[in-house]
Ligand binder design. Sequence first.
Ligand code: PLP
Length: 437
Amino acid sequence: CDSLESCDPEIYDLIELEKKRQFYSLELIASENFTSRACLEALGSVLTNKYSEGLPGMRYYGGNEVIDEIENLCKKRCLEAFELDPSKWGVNVQSYSGSTANFSVYTALLKPFDRLMGLDLPHGGHLSHGFQTSKKKISSSSIYFTSMPYQTDPKTGLIDYNKLEESADLFRPNLIICGASAYPRDWDFQRFRKIADRHEAYLVMDMAHTSGLIAAKQANNPFDYCDVITSTTHKTLRGPRAGIIFYRKPVSETEKFLSDLESRINFAVFPSCQGGPHNHQIASIAVAMKQVSLPEFKDYIVQVKKNAVALANSLISLGYRLVTGGTDNHCILWDLRPLGLTGSKLEKLCEKVSISLNKNSVPKDTSALSPGGVRIGTPALTSRGFKETDFVEVAEFLHRAVHLCLEIQVETGKALPCFLKALENNPKLNALKTAVE
Ligand code: PLP
């Protein structure tokens, strides 16, 4: 059979349902975006059929002339998108995702049980930055390496650089990773570099969330200070789901002898951590990077930031508390604890009224399962053309959602299962759902 619709109507129908969900809902998940039709076409292409272990010109399979051209073009465009000099920076575009890119970097730069410091997950960090709880090592980055997370200041919500420096003096890290999944402010890379240099540690930036802002020069530039920079390509870069790794090239023969990041990173990605590259993803990254280099992309990112400020200011003027009091980027962390609500409840209620956001811990949270806040981002709706006035309206929808949450909580009491039961077919939600859609 030929088309998906005739070959597998069950999957076809489910994809159509998801398309409808994405079309009708307000997509506020900070890590999501809408990729372009061109990126989707590359993803759904015959490139998925090809094996190409190795690097361009050095493959373990025949028939890779075209694939080599695609991968080389992708790398060139990645460097151009971030205005990097190819004699100083290289890039590997084969990582299947952001987490595997990070693990490949640790594999390249560390020995088993070497010491790694990343922002703690409850403070906005990512799992792959060494996450562990007091009871269990969760991420492979804490299982195979020794992790000591740094944190934000509970009062300000900002990274506590002084504490980080003190802890680093005790822990003597081999690698410090900056970057986060839920941190609404920019990064002081110069300070990180100074701390890393005290211990001759590698400095790595995971710019997964802010890479679009960095490419558009709307955020501090990690390339001035870091040794290695990783990113996903599906968030603010608006490409396919994948990961990329930039590495500093040696400037002298001695440096090459001491630290050849290029061969270590490439070897870590393949054969250490991965098998054959996903060529359809790589072609799609190339398409996304071409778009990132256009002037329209900068306009998009400027609007993403303006929208985040508009949304933050509207929520503040409605009386709500945001962690750090606002945002410098695309992301807002909304502290619901003063309202007596949890992030899980607001997330679930929003889902019922076609608003997508996610629960998130906020500083001083005691439970990761039932955190006290939600994370909201503006990249996806900005891709759909939303401007500041639209985000003022989004804030009003969220305000209505909070009020419904509080009303239902008064009826059901605080227990989550009773609250969730009360959401099922609750007629109180209809008016908001209709307004949102
Ligand atoms: N790094 C950061 C900072 C992230 O926020 C994420 C995902 O949200 C990742 C890495 C992981 O990316 P992936 O889901 O592609 O593995």
